[in-house]
Design a protein around this ligand. Structure first.
Ligand SMILES: NC(=O)c1ccc[n+]([C@@H]2O[C@H](COP(=O)([O-])OP(=O)(O)OC[C@H]3O[C@@H](n4cnc5c(N)ncnc54)[C@H](O)[C@@H]3O)[C@@H](O)[C@H]2O)c1
Length: 715
């Protein structure tokens, strides 16, 4: 054994060739934590000192190659100064450089996923052979970062500027064919041939059949293109990257700038530029938020898998109601492998539900994502029916009939009589208390809320709502079913609006007050879209449906009269009274026309201003920041209340639910992260500045304590 560590070992093979193997002790995957990087450097030093080695192959003992850096170490690291972070990069780079500088040819055998630091490791060797089962990429921009282990330096020198910009700035994960075409790898082979292919390549190098030194030299020198052409290439790419990433995501553009800056430098100088640039992006609030999201997602996955262990298997599902939601739920369940019975009281509704599913599948077929056989299989897994005949064999029933307490209670009581003993009943209600619906049932312990978002196939979140009497098993089975449907479940306790709508409506409340005070709804929409929302509040209400919104607002006002009952008439109520329901009937705050592609296009409608005139003040200009504060504060505070009241059980659940359920700007990391980024103390002061606007702007006593004690939501 030439080197033996806890993550890296080097052992001799035949003919002076050695194998450097990654196998991180006690973990299911390889990743670059501090220890692995240190061991890599030590292994390189041991090989250099050996003197008898002729060549090296790099392998992994896990099913992945290396999944990237250990992101759990980032939190602490990135709170240090830019100098310290840059120093960490340069120190880590010594290990990669030492591998690159070994006095013999080196080949990586990429057996599985090689991402971020994992791919940067591969780039440090002379050649790369990739298994057909592997994938690779540099996804750092998805964390608000860019590669910091030499990726921005080696990539353009190996694959050229255009390809490097695409791989680094778009952060995609690529299949072998693309990696080969772009020159990221030198060969692609079947998994069982990988090791031999790597060995034979290194032997060819040793035999002098391949000039590995020339190949290596390209990585050590400035980029080959003449300066003028280089500049042109970077400028074209910059404009494109800027357009794709948008102003809220600074990392991709910073990566291109760094690559341009060090294009004319030798490796070691270029690495210094990369390290400095990396330290800059690593300390941005965007990187902090995006890394936080990644870690939150891990928390959610762990919580869900704990629930899954207590779940009963779901082999057959049913949905009541074949409307917008029921149809979507049936499609999603069937396409992810759980057959489903879809019951409605109207034949026409069943036809509509089936035709929606067919449309969604046809689209996927035309995009080449599924084939005709799979389409047929999915469609035959949805069984439309007008009666309860098939309900005896069903494990879970999702109720998605009209939003009316009496109807829902009677439908649930009916279906309870049709199903077997342990069948779980779940309601997709958006507003009605789960505890209240449970009153109609003999076995309320088998009943929970399962709140999907529209459109079901696109929205990742499912709120699983625990009523007073819901059993652990009912919650667990619903969580597991949501996961099986490809969704991310978040378990919340019962209250009006549950979690997501409970925090959304105070935001609409803030919006209503802005209009009351003379703000222009179009300006508010623009400001909030620039803030990062996929659509501004007026547009969002139009898409949700003004009738749905007004109804839900009434439920919220009844549930939280002290905060959500307003003494002014809201502009949305005026829209409702004038039957302007939004996108669904072609007119709401905006008017909707159909564009050439058949999609609704929103246009300005002067009538809106005329109609709301009696309920709003004379037009007034507001600063962008005031608009942002007046809308965001009520949402943030309501989320704080939900956390304090244990409606949601963790900071991670709370923030992720907003991002996945209503498109809260991901680069801001969620509402609690947003408060943290302002600082709890400064946020409380901001709330107090708007105290005149009423109780929606009143911080809780606990939040004031947090401010006084210098605490934050995230440690
Ligand atoms: N549309 C949304 O954006 C959205 C989002 C989340 C939750 N929800 C909730 O989902 C539920 C359904 O909403 P939707 O938008 O799909 O409504 P919808 O009006 O499109 O569909 C309701 C369907 O239920 C059927 N139905 C009525 N009584 C029935 C019964 N006794 N048995 C079987 N079917 C019956 C109707 O024929 C209709 O097809 C509501 O509770 C709603 O609040 C809706």
């Amino acid at each position: 054994m030439i080197y033996e560590g806890k993550a890296v070992t080097v052992k001799p093979l035949e003919d002076g060739i050695v194998e450097l193997n990654f196998d991180l002790e006690g973990e299911s995957v390889n990743k670059f934590n501090r220890q692995t990087v240190e061991e890599l450097g030590a292994a390189a030093a041991a090989m250099k000192a050996d003197g008898s080695i002729k060549g090296m192959i790099v392998t992994s003992a896990k099913s992945v190659f290396i999944v990237g850096a250990d992101i759990t170490e980032f939190g602490e690291l990135f709170t240090s100064s830019e100098e310290e972070i840059a120093g960490w990069c340069l120190k880590s780079n010594q290990a990669f450089n030492a591998i690159e500088d070994l006095p013999f040819p080196t080949v990586t055998a990429m057996n599985g996923i090689a991402l971020g630091g994992g791919l940067e490791m591969c780039l440090a060797t002379d050649f790369r052979v990739m298994s057909t089962a592997a994938q690779c990429g540099l996804p750092e921009v998805k964390l608000g970062l860019f590669p910091g282990f030499g990726g921005t330096v080696r990539m353009p020198r190996v694959v050229g500027v255009d390809n490097a910009v695409e791989w680094v700035a778009a952060g995609g994960q690529h299949k072998p064919a693309k990696a080969l075409k772009d020159g990221v790898v030198d060969a692609v082979v079947e998994p069982d041939k990988l090791r031999d292919a790597a060995l034979s390549l290194v032997k060819d190098c040793i035999a002098g059949k391949i000039d590995y030194k020339a190949k290596r030299q390209e990585k050590l020198e400035p980029l080959k293109l003449p300066p003028m052409e280089n500049m042109m290439a970077f400028q074209t790419c910059s404009a494109m990257v800027m357009q794709q990433a948008g102003r809220n995501y600074p990392a991709p553009i910073a990566a291109v700038q760094v690559m341009q800056q060090h294009a004319g430098m030798t490796r070691d100088k270029a690495l210094e530029i990369e390290a400095k640039g990396f330290a800059k992006v690593a300390t941005t609030t965007v990187a902090n938020a995006m890394i936080g999201l990644f870690l939150n997602d891990q928390v959610l996955k762990k919580v869900a898998s704990k629930w899954e262990k207590k779940a009963k298997p779901v082999g057959q599902a049913a949905v009541l109601g074949a409307g917008i939601m029921g149809g979507g739920i049936a499609y999603q369940s069937a396409s992810k492998g759980t057959p489903i019975v879809m019951k409605d009281i109207a034949d026409a509704a069943l036809d509509l539900g089936m035709s929606e599913a067919t449309k969604l599948l046809a689209k996927q077929v035309s995009r080449g994502k599924v084939d005709a056989a799979k389409m047929g299989k999915v469609l035959s897994a949805i069984r439309p029916t007008l009666n309860y005949g098939d309900f005896g064999g069903v494990d879970i029933v999702v109720e998605a009939v009209v939003e009316n307490v009496k109807i829902k209670q009677s439908v649930l009581a009916d279906v309870e009589k049709q199903v077997k003993d342990g069948t779980i009943l779940a309601s997709n209600t958006s507003t009605i208390s789960i505890t209240k619906l449970a009153e109609a049932l003999e076995k309320p312990e088998n009943f929970v809320g399962m709140h999907f978002f529209n459109p079901v196939h696109m929205m990742p979140l499912v709120e699983v709502i625990r009523g007073e009497k819901s059993s652990d098993e009912a919650v667990a089975t619903t969580v597991a079913y949501a996961k099986k449907m490809g969704k991310t479940p978040v378990v919340v306790n019962d209250c009006p609006g549950f979690l997501v709508n409970r925090v959304l409506f105070p935001y609409f409340g803030g919006f209503g007050m802005m209009l009351r005070d003379g703000a222009d709804f179009q300006k508010v929409d623009k400001v909030m879209e620039r803030f990062g929302w996929p659509m501004g509040p007026a547009y969002l209400m139009d898409v949700v449906g003004i009738d749905t919104g007004v109804h839900a607002a009434e439920v919220m006002a009844e549930g939280f009269p002290e905060r959500m009952q307003y003494d002014h008439k809201d502009a949305s109520e005026v829209m409702f009274e004038n039957k302007r329901f939004g996108q669904k009937n072609g007119v709401g705050f905006y008017k909707y026309e159909v564009d050439k592609k058949g999609k609704p296009k929103k246009v300005v409608d002067q009538t809106t201003y005329d109609l709301i005139k009696p309920v709003v003040a004379a037009p007034k200009e507001f600063e962008d920041q005031e608009i942002i504060d007046r809308l965001m504060i009520p949402m943030c505070l309501e989320l704080v209340r939900c956390l304090e009241e244990n409606i949601v059980s963790s900071v991670a659940d709370a923030d992720m639910a907003l991002i996945m359920g209503i498109g809260f700007p991901p680069f801001r990391g969620g509402a609690l992260k947003y408060i943290d980024s302002i600082g709890v103390k400064a946020f409380v002061e901001l709330c107090d500045k708007y105290a005149d606007l009423g109780p929606l702007y009143a911080p809780t006593a606990k939040l004031r304590d947090m401010a006084a004690n210098g605490e934050s939501f995230y440690k």
